[in-house]
Design a protein around this ligand. Structure first.
Ligand SMILES: NC(=O)c1ccc[n+]([C@@H]2O[C@H](COP(=O)([O-])OP(=O)(O)OC[C@H]3O[C@@H](n4cnc5c(N)ncnc54)[C@H](OP(=O)(O)O)[C@@H]3O)[C@@H](O)[C@H]2O)c1
Length: 284
């Protein structure tokens, strides 16, 4: 049976490649991007190479909370059911701390805040699926995270690496928290996080982190996109994980997670921070 699958950040890299594969297998694909030209090109490419007409595209700049909520409203207006939500959009930011107008640091915004909002807002559509799945894109780099207490916005201390690694750890905290909440609600929705592998995409090639010699050695070991979509594809469709929730995967297997400073109390503080930031946008 084919699924309806929303993939954020599907104009390039892992997201676009995954969209191409899933569309070619007949699934209905909702593409998302922030750049209208890249989004139009992705829509054209995915439709043409899959011969699947059930592909649509939605524009939203996730560095704007207003745009995130406009995107959510459009999706809710156009769809009644989503089977798989893949929170894939992400970035490796620059030397200067960039933040949204709500003072949410941009790496955190993409890796934590947007996945939180989309999952929360699209829950009714995921409930219409018989076992909706949410997939949050984390990274192996979460092992190098340095949680900053209640400073989830990296206001006191910032570097692009600190923001990236630590936000990807928070992605896992978010995943565990949401999985627990769905369980308490008696929901059949599952939510899991994963590392796609070290894949030679714009994010990796363009990041400052890959310009130092140690990381450029690592980059020479980067894998191609066919490898980079394997775990996301597995989590989206495999019956093997239909009942698993709150877990972290690497290479299509359960993988160890950094427990650095994790507790449900800390995860709740993370969610409280997110809730404060979205209070004025909340439709519930
Ligand atoms: N590549 C790796 O080795 C690796 C390893 C671990 C985790 N990951 C994670 O995998 C995910 C996909 O990354 P990738 O490697 O495929 O990178 P990528 O090729 O740069 O793709 C990132 C996607 O996110 C979109 N995006 C960036 N900023 C956005 C914004 N403000 N609003 C909306 N969309 C935005 C990009 O749009 P544009 O096309 O307009 O730039 C693109 O579609 C990310 O979450 C990344 O952290 C990657």
């Amino acid at each position: 049976m084919t699924k309806t699958i929303l993939i954020t950040g599907s104009t390039d890299g892992i997201g676009k490649h995954l969209a191409l594969k899933l569309a070619s297998e007949g699934h209905e694909i909702i593409l998302h991007g922030r750049n209208s030209e890249k989004l139009a090109a992705a829509l054209r490419d995915v439709k043409a190479s899959s011969s699947n007409s059930r592909v649509s595209a939605y524009l939203a700049d996730f560095s704007s909370m207003t745009d995130v909520y406009r995107f959510v409203r459009e999706i809710k207006n156009h769809f009644t059911q989503i089977d798989v939500l893949i929170n894939n959009a992400g970035l490796y930011s620059g030397a200067e701390r960039l933040a949204t107008s709500e003072n949410i640091e941009i790496t955190f915004m993409l890796s934590v805040m947007v996945p939180y909002i989309l999952t929360k807002e699209l829950q009714p559509l995921l409930e219409h699926s018989n076992g909706g799945r949410v997939i949050n894109t984390s990274s192996y780099m979460h092992h190098f995270a340095e949680p900053q207490g209640l400073d989830f916005g990296f206001e006191k201390k910032y570097s692009p690496k600190l923001a990236y690694d630590t936000s990807k750890l928070y992605t896992i905290w978010l995943t565990r928290y949401q999985a627990h909440q769905f369980h308490l609600q008696g929901s059949k929705i599952t939510v899991n996080a994963y590392h796609p592998g070290l894949i030679a995409t714009n994010l990796v090639k363009g990041s400052k982190a890959t310009k130092d010699s140690e990381t450029s050695k690592l980059l020479s070991k980067a894998k191609g996109l066919d490898e980079g979509i394997k775990t996301g594809y597995f989590l989206a469709l495999s019956p093997e994980v239909s009942d698993l929730s709150g877990a972290y995967f690497d290479d299509m297997k359960l993988a160890p997670v950094s427990e650095k400073e994790f507790s449900f109390e800390k995860a709740k503080q993370l969610i409280d921070y997110c809730d404060q930031k979205i209070a004025m946008f909340n439709s519930n």
